[in-house]
Ligand binder design. Sequence first.
Ligand SMILES: [Zn+2]
Ligand SMILES: [Zn+2]
Length: 342
Amino acid sequence: MKALIKDKPARGATFTDLPTPQIGDNDILVRVCAAAICGTDIHIYQWNEYAASRIKLPLLFGHEYAAEVVEVGKNVTNFKKGDRVAAETHVPCGHCYQCATGLQHICEDMKILGVHMDGAFSEYAILPAVCAWKLDPSISYEIGATMEPFGIGVHAMSKTKPAGQKVIVFGCGPIGIYAQMVAKLSGAEYVIGVDITKERLDLARTMGTDIVLNAKEVDVVDEVDGITKGFGMDIVVELTGNKAVVNDATKTLRRGGDIVLVGLYAGAVELDLVNNVIYKEANVYGVTGRIMWDTWWAAQSMILSGKMDLNPVITHHFDLKDYDEALQLAESARTGKIVFKP
Ligand SMILES: [Zn+2]
Ligand SMILES: [Zn+2]
């Protein structure tokens, strides 16, 4: 089968032929129908510190995908050939305290598809049955491939009650835009999206965000102060993973407000906790991945409601063989989701 792999500890990737993988008893063999590029894939392509410290070569990467079931392992009873599935990328151990108490997504021995084990930038892939989500017949493979990142936006907003609230989201990449869409759908008074590229701010506005702020052109803290007449934001979501931005994010929060931290920072972050968190009695939430399967049910319901069209967030399509162009475009941080059709 055709596959995009990482086989050298340097920038780039290799498009090659691999044998169709052999599944274990608890796995599903799937034919990949759509696979989206994630920030993690960009790290792997660039071979930065994040990738070098986590990944053993060679690796078939890519983890946001939807697929058709081709074969099931002998212990798999809830899926059959021909089923349509989307992949949850966090592979829980099934035995630890977290797994036993409904928190599989923060399993202490968690593996990640396309990072710790082979992923899905390929014609066929191995999906552990524990990570397979049956795709509703009305949801396309493309949208199915984006349910994983959409789920992060859903999970982030689920920590809060956006109805009647002023919401700001720092970062208008796909997950940021998804979070903004969920806030709008949930009845927020208004939603502000912050980013530094015009393309992403335009996309946020197209998807329904009320106010977009370009942090390269305006002082976001001052702007928010003006918009809210000094009140501050009820709900702040931080998705940039930029150490300077998280400080501004806490400054925009009103007293007693909720701040949800999702972006991943390189190293420790310095914050004015006394003034911007403690004296404000801020509610601080860390969010990673999706709750299995609460978030997926909620994400599916939002899509099936017909009130939320995720299609325009997918801005580019590529054949897998054009991976260089696709990953370099993703690197520019000026696009929505980029989807491969293997
Ligand atoms: Zn991802
Ligand atoms: Zn576990």
